[in-house]
Structure formats: C-alpha cells, structure tokens
Design a binder for this molecule. Structure first.
Ligand code: IPE
Ligand code: IPE
Ligand code: MG
Length: 260
C-alpha cells in the first residue's frame, strides 16, 4: 500500500509527525476499538448518544493523523454484531449517525485520497446506509492514500464462520480439496482479504478484551490499552500508543526481535 506525496490540491496543512517517533518503525496498519463513548458522555452529564457524536470527531482526527504521519491503514470498530442488543433508540441513533457522517464526509475523503471500505455483514444494515456505503466504497476504490476500514455489523466469529462456509462451498463444487485448505485460503475468504494484518491494536477506555474484533487478523498484533475514552483520543494519545508500539520486541514465536 503506497501513498502518493502531498499535492498542491491539499488544502489543509499536514500535521507534523512527533519527533519522538521513529519513522522507520511505524506500524503499517493500526486497528482501534473505539470504546468509552457512553462513559465519556456520562462523566459530563450528557446522554450516551452525545458520546457517539463526539466519537465521530475523534475518528476524523485519528484518520487524518494516521494519514499525515504515514500509517498506511487504519481499521476502526464502529458497530459489532453484539451491539444490536443495545436499546433500540441507541442503535437507531448510531445507524442515522453513520448515514449522516458518510454523507457529510465523502467529499473530504475523496479529496484526501482515502480508500474507505466497510467490513462486516453489510446486508444487515438499513437500506439507506447500505446504498451510501456502496457509493463511498466505489468512489474511493482507486484512491492511493490511507486505507480506512470501518467495521460495521462486524463480528470476528461470524466472519470466520462465513469463511468456513465459503470454503466448504468451494470444496463441494470441486474447486478445492479439503486437505489443501491452508491459512492463505482462509485469510482470502475474510472481509480483510488482500490486506496486511494489523501491527497495533489500540483499545480505549480501559477494558482488557478483544470483544469479537478481528480474531484471526490480530494473532500477532501488539496491544495498547489506554484509559482515555474514545472521544478524548487525540494526537497525544495516538503518539503514546505509537511510542508504546515502538518499545516492543516483536518475536513472532522466535527468539530474536523481528523488525516490523
Ligand atoms: C463505543 O462506545 C461505541 C460503540 C460500541 C458503538 P460505547 O458505547 O461502548 O461506550 P461505553 O463502553 O458504554 O462507555
Ligand atoms: C466494542 O465495544 C465494539 C465497538 C467499539 C464497536 P463494546 O462496548 O461493544 O464492547 P464490550 O461490550 O465492552 O465488550
Ligand atoms: Mg463499550
């Protein structure tokens, strides 16, 4: 995934990369569990949904910083297959928020050359949102800037079951023998087919769990957990996460640190 250099069409100046960061050891792919919107709102005496609204601003900031600092891919967990169990009015608010944000941000995503993809069971989303998602993915598919994946109605277990079904169908059709199925075949049936696995997983708001996110793809990700609630996640919090990443020895099961 290569990035084009800044062009004269860029209207906003790029945020400089913090000097403390080693440019040669940045993660290529950052994944983030954007948690704590509700707690952020509660701590301010606001309704939970105001936290979701503020969370959108934090996501826009994070995307821009990742792009400006030379990170090639950002994958954000926006709505899990389990989040349908929340009260109906919160779920509807979120679906409407996703639609509104996609409508209002598409132009700037195009201008910034972001390639946006939505990962998850998109058929289960409201029709209007599905249409906006299809349009946004098509219109940005040739872009050469940061790859931005938004996991929406996403569940890691469901993704793996879907991959198993698709492989089984291919086996039944005689295209593939069960014995020949390897990790590459399985990875190719995931929503993330063709993408590199995340190097760094950030979870905000302090919970120490994965919550059904990218179960396959996070096999060797470094994990950074911060108490910062997602709406407060900013350049400083991202820098902390990246510095933490750069302090790790990634061994991938071996004995020597392997440079990422
Ligand atoms: C994350 O924030 C956003 C979504 C899951 C959609 P939460 O809504 O989970 O916030 P908390 O965890 O209740 O504070
Ligand atoms: C994970 O957060 C899902 C998203 C951020 C979209 P949750 O708030 O749903 O996770 P749990 O319930 O604390 O595990
Ligand atoms: Mg939560």
């Amino acid at each position: 995934m290569s990035r084009l250099p800044a062009t004269s069409t860029d209207t906003q100046t790029r945020a400089p990369r913090p000097e403390a960061l080693d440019q040669s050891r940045l993660p290529a792919h950052v994944a983030v569990i954007m948690d704590g919107n509700g707690r952020w709102a509660k701590s301010r005496g606001l309704p939970r949904v105001m936290g979701h609204r503020a969370g959108v601003e934090a996501l826009k900031t994070t995307l821009r910083l990742c792009s400006d600092w030379g990170i090639q891919a950002l994958t954000a967990y926006a709505f899990s297959t389990e989040n349908w169990s929340r009260p109906g009015d919160e779920v509807s608010f979120l679906m409407t928020l996703f639609e509104r944000v996609l409508k209002s941000e598409l132009k700037s995503l195009e201008k910034e050359r972001v390639r946006i993809r939505f990962l998850g069971d998109l058929d289960g989303l409201p029709d209007g949102l599905q249409a906006l998602i299809t349009d946004a993915m098509e219109r940005t598919s040739e872009n050469q800037g940061i790859q931005f994946n938004v996991c929406t109605n996403y569940g890691g277990r469901r993704e793996l079951v879907r991959a198993a079904q698709r492989l089984a169908e291919r086996a039944v059709r005689g295209e593939l023998s069960p014995q020949s199925i390897d990790e590459n075949h399985l990875a190719a049936e995931l929503f993330t087919a063709g993408m590199e696995d995340p190097d760094l997983l950030i979870r905000t708001s302090g919970e120490q769990r994965i919550s059904n996110f990218l179960l396959w793809q996070l096999a060797y990700a470094e994990i950074h957990i911060t108490d910062v609630h997602w709406p407060d996640f900013d350049a400083q919090a991202l820098t902390q996460a990246l510095l933490d990443f750069q302090s790790r020895n990634r061994r991938f099961g071996g004995l020597e640190p392997i440079k990422s």
